[in-house]
Design a protein around this ligand. Structure first.
Ligand code: SF4
Ligand code: SF4
Length: 201
């Protein structure tokens, strides 16, 4: 019979005093490692619902739904599809919109309750009604742009509203430039308004 190696013998003796190495989970909670990629939570104040995390998700575990009637964008994280790769957290535009918790005990027998979602106000084009983006997203861009934000009508308007300015009244005018320049416009409508100003169509 081979003699036990010294290291293994040492471990066996230590285990007599320290107890078994294995944890008693699920009878007792067993905390995850510090850098464990567990359940993902939204940081409501920091998520601007820009959709970058939806684009990089390899498992189709994130989605955005725009409700033009209610003017609401909803972002959903489907935890049952998530492979916890961390791409969405790594590529979050604001770097703080979502984060991994250390929670890993996510098994359940019901189908419901795997969704984790937040909602924020949408800004729509005032001419055609198309979605521009969320108010939070525009504000985030405007704050990063600093004084340059005042060169962009959408950003200028969002900053004005943040300061408590009322909507700019629409003046009756034959020229679309005069009446529609300072509006929330999608790129297509802004181009139309500017072309009307320059070329008259
Ligand atoms: S701010 Fe971050 S978490 Fe929120 S939608 Fe954009 S990329 Fe996703
Ligand atoms: S951790 Fe990976 S799979 Fe899960 S939502 Fe984020 S990007 Fe998608």
């Amino acid at each position: 019979m081979r003699k036990p190696k010294l290291r293994e013998l040492g471990e066996a003796i230590r285990a007599i005093f320290r107890g078994p190495f294995t944890s008693k989970f699920p009878l007792k909670p067993s905390p995850a490692a510090k850098r464990f990629r567990g359940k993902i939570e939204f940081n409501f104040d920091k998520c601007i619902l820009c959709g970058a995390c939806v684009e990089v998700c390899p498992a189709n575990a994130r989605a955005q739904i725009d409700d033009k009637i209610r003017r609401i964008r909803k972002e959903i994280h489907y935890q049952e599809r998530c492979v916890y790769c961390g791409q969405c957290v790594a590529y979050c535009t604001t770097k703080e919109g979502i984060y991994h918790t250390q929670e890993y005990d996510l098994a359940q027998i019901k189908k419901e309750g795997y969704e984790n979602a937040i909602e924020k106000e949408l800004i729509l084009c005032e001419r055609c009604g198309e979605v521009i983006t969320t108010r939070a997203h525009l504000l985030w861009i405007a704050r990063r742009a600093g004084e340059l934000a005042y060169a962009n009508p959408n950003l200028f308007l969002i900053l004005s509203q943040e300061l408590g300015e009322e909507a700019i009244p629409r003046m009756p005018s034959p020229s679309p430039y005069r009446s529609e320049h300072l509006r929330f416009l999608c790129p297509s409508c802004r181009r139309t308004v500017y072309l009307q100003e320059i070329w008259g169509y």
